[in-house]
Design a protein around this ligand. Structure first.
Ligand SMILES: [Zn+2]
Length: 327
C-alpha cells in the first residue's frame, strides 16, 4: 500500500505523520519547529525528517503534504504571509514547495493548516459521512474550513473558510488581522483568558482566583472551563458570551452553506461546557435543528493535535491521485 507523509509546521512544534491509503497512522513524531533559529534551519530540519522517514519506511512514500499557519499561494507553492513566525519577512514569497522538492526529491503539496485539518476530518474523521460540513477550529486563533459537495472549498486563493474573521461585534476589539470585532477577537483562547483575568483583577468573587492561587499568569481557557463546570457564575458568563458569538457565526454560515454538520476541533473545543452551551443556544435561540430533530449535527473532531498533519497527508494523497488520473 502506498504511503503519504504529512507535515504540520506550527509556531512551536512541527508534527509529522505517515499514513497509508486507509488513513491509518503508521508513524507519528513531534519536534520543535526551531522557528526562532530562522527559516533555513526550519527548512533543513523538515527536509531531514522527511528524508529519514523515506529511508526507514518499507513501503513507498508517494508524496508529502505540508501545512502551516500561513497564507499560501497553492499554485506557486509559496508562503505569502506567516504572521506568527519571528522572521516572518524572510518567509514572504519563499517557495517552500520548490525548496522541499529539491531537498527530498518527492512531490510536495501545500495547504493552510485549518483547511488541512478540515480535509483530514472529511477523509478519515468525524466528517467522513457528510457531503457538506463546516469545521471550526478553536485555539489561539479560530480557523475553519468548508466541505461542499464532498470537496474542500478553497475560494480563489485557498483562503475560503477563515471563519474566525467574521465580524460579530461592529467596531469591537481589534483583531490580529487588522479588522475590529472578529469572532477571533472575542472567542479565541486568548479572549477567554483575558476575560477571566479581568474578572479576577476587578475583584469579583470568582473561584477562578483560588484555582490559580491568585496568580493571573496561570489562567488558561481550560481553567475557565473547569470553573464553569464547578458552577462559578463568572466563568459560566464568559463561556455563555463566547457561545453566543459562535452562534451568530454558525447561523450566518447555515444560511449561506446549508451544511449537514458543524465539526469543532482544536484545544478549546475540548471544553464540554462550551460545546454544550453552543448547542443549547443554537437550539433555543436560532432554531438550528440538530441530530435529535434530524438536520444539522454538532460534532467533535476526531483528530486533535495531529489533525493538521493527517489532513496534509490526505491532501497529498488526493493531489497524487489527481495527477495519476490526468496522465
Ligand atoms: Zn480578524
Amino acid at each position: 500500500m502506498n504511503n503519504f507523509i504529512g507535515v504540520d509546521i506550527g509556531g512551536t512544534n512541527c508534527k509529522v505523520v505517515v499514513i497509508n491509503e486507509n488513513g491509518d497512522v503508521l508513524h507519528e513524531l513531534q519536534t520543535p519547529t526551531l522557528a526562532s533559529q530562522g527559516r533555513d534551519r526550519v527548512l533543513a530540519n523538515i527536509a531531514d525528517i522527511i528524508n529519514n522517514l523515506k529511508s526507514t519506511i518499507k513501503q513507498k512514500v508517494i508524496a508529502v503534504g505540508v501545512t502551516a499557519p500561513a497564507v499560501l499561494n497553492m499554485d506557486l507553492g509559496t508562503i505569502e504571509l506567516i504572521p506568527n513566525f519571528p522572521d516572518a519577512t524572510a518567509w514572504e514569497n519563499f517557495n517552500l514547495r520548490e525548496q522541499l522538492i529539491e531537498r527530498t526529491n518527492l512531490s510536495i503539496h501545500l495547504l493552510n493548516d485549518a483547511r488541512a485539518a478540515t480535509y483530514g476530518e472529511k477523509m478519515f474523521g468525524a466528517g467522513k459521512d457528510y457531503s457538506d460540513f463546516i469545521s471550526i477550529i478553536i485555539g489561539t486563533g479560530i480557523g475553519g474550513g468548508i466541505i461542499s459537495n464532498n470537496e474542500l472549498f478553497l475560494g480563489s486563493r485557498g483562503a475560503a473558510g477563515e471563519l474566525g474573521h467574521q465580524t460579530v461585534i461592529p467596531w469591537g476589539p481589534r483583531c490580529g488581522c487588522g479588522n475590529n470585532g472578529c469572532l477571533e477577537s472575542v472567542a479565541s483562547g486568548p479572549a477567554i483568558t483575558t476575560a477571566a483575568i479581568r474578572c479576577i483583577l476587578q475583584g469579583f468573587s470568582t473561584n477562578m482566583r483560588s484555582l490559580v492561587d491568585g496568580d493571573i499568569n496561570k489562567v488558561t481557557p481550560e481553567l475557565v472551563s473547569k470553573a464553569a463546570e464547578m458552577g462559578d457564575p463568572f466563568a459560566i458568563e464568559i463561556l455563555k458570551d463566547v457561545a453566543q458569538y459562535f452562534c451568530i457565526v454558525i447561523n450566518n454560515l447555515k444560511a449561506m452553506l446549508n451544511p449537514q454538520a458543524i465539526i469543532f476541533g482544536g484545544g478549546i473545543a475540548q471544553s464540554e461546557f462550551l460545546l454544550d452551551e453552543i448547542e443549547a443556544q443554537l437550539r433555543d435561540k436560532i432554531n438550528l435543528d440538530t441530530d435529535s430533530t434530524g438536520n444539522i449535527a454538532i460534532k467533535k473532531a476526531k483528530f486533535n493535535h495531529l489533525a493538521g498533519a493527517i489532513g496534509a497527508a490526505a491532501w497529498a494523497m488526493k493531489k497524487s491521485n489527481e495527477s495519476v488520473t490526468l496522465r
